[in-house]
Design a protein around this ligand. Sequence first.
Ligand SMILES: Cc1cc2nc3c(=O)[nH]c(=O)nc-3n(C[C@H](O)[C@H](O)[C@H](O)COP(=O)(O)OP(=O)(O)OC[C@H]3O[C@@H](n4cnc5c(N)ncnc54)[C@H](O)[C@@H]3O)c2cc1C
Length: 416
Amino acid sequence: MNVELNEKIPVVDSYDVIVAGVASALAIAREGKKVMLIEKNITLGGLATIGLINFFVPMCNGRGTQIIKGMADEFLHLSTKHSWDNMPKEWQKGNPEKSDKTRLVAEYSPSILALEFTKILDDAGVKIMFDTVVTKPVMDGKHCKGLVVENKSGRQFYECKMVVDTTGDCDILRRGGVPTLLRKNYHFYRAYEANLKSCQKAIDSKDISKIYDNPKKKYNINLYGHGQPEEIPLYDGTDANDVNRYIISNQKEVLDGISNDDRFAREIITLPSMVQFRTTRCIDGNHVFTEKDAYKHFDDSISAICDFDRRDYLYEVPYGTLVKDGFDNLITAGRSACASGYGWDVLRVIPPAIVTGQASGLACCQAIDDNLGIDKIDVKKLQDKLISQNVMIHFDDELIPKDIENSGQKFDVGHE
Ligand SMILES: Cc1cc2nc3c(=O)[nH]c(=O)nc-3n(C[C@H](O)[C@H](O)[C@H](O)COP(=O)(O)OP(=O)(O)OC[C@H]3O[C@@H](n4cnc5c(N)ncnc54)[C@H](O)[C@@H]3O)c2cc1C
């Protein structure tokens, strides 16, 4: 049975671009375009903040050369500006010597980074709409006329020229008819606990980051699914019942884990406010990024990236991972860029997600200025813009190890 709703929705305003992600919104505002960022939570940053995934994976090749730059580098430093961090000392003052094997990473306070995001976007002139959910793109064939959103004021329509779907799950694009790909998720849930022991460690070391501990859990499942119990089916992140099964079972598991502890000796300081699924749905774009793309150059690359789990491995991200031919004003970025298998894991993590966000925002501005579809822009011109913003478009072949097969660290693709 279906219910048909026939209603008139007020048109509230018109924007050049509407987005759901920080990097693209900032890139667009800096180009002087009218941009609105819609966020269903009341805190910016998604998994990187309220999802408690507060760790920039390696942004270098593991031999002292930084690969992922541009806005990812800017946000890395923003994350450590007013927060504690553990960025290796060698990297704090620029590139370490080539011989150095310390990778460029940093853990940071998720809450402080979220506050930084609000400030930097508001200062740049982005209209931020918190506590607002995008429910539906209004389509004219394959062209999106704007978005229906819901918030305290009710159901409203915002007109726009371009949409960047950075919902992580490609929800907007899919509802607009763009083809998508799916992948399921393991049982993983991170919350933060503070206890007397961790507080003592923080006091002794004069390092507040030491207060963070993880509550005991029955299951410990790693990135590759090791430890996933047979009795727990994988989660479909695009199914509401599965999302709820994940939340309820994990919250009960955390409570079970702490229930026998001295209740005056520990506190759960943060529960995630987002479901911690790595890969749910991505665009079935013009290029499917896979592990086999390692060491390949692409004419339409929008950034070189590295592999967080293996030294030396280098890739380029084709613009085709963000768009689908025929859809002239819909683009994605972040963990819903088009990828499969281990390639999806390489592409979805925070630093690549930021640079694809930056590229998608700039692509929207270029498409508007040149009066071209987002699927038809001159990518060479976009690359020039990205280079001017310190993005490495193509990796240097000198960085490819002579003996590729034996140079990278072994990794375990478990589920692939
Ligand atoms: C368990 C786990 C561990 C990870 N570990 C690491 C790690 O150690 N290091 C690392 O670099 N990466 C890690 N990642 C990956 C990384 O966190 C994300 O892939 C990355 O942050 C990119 O996310 P995103 O911005 O594309 O999407 P998201 O972070 O999911 O952001 C989507 C945003 O859109 C908003 N939104 C969604 N739908 C709507 C809607 N309809 N209306 C309005 N707003 C909406 C959300 O609230 C959110 O703010 C991990 C991920 C997981 C799940």
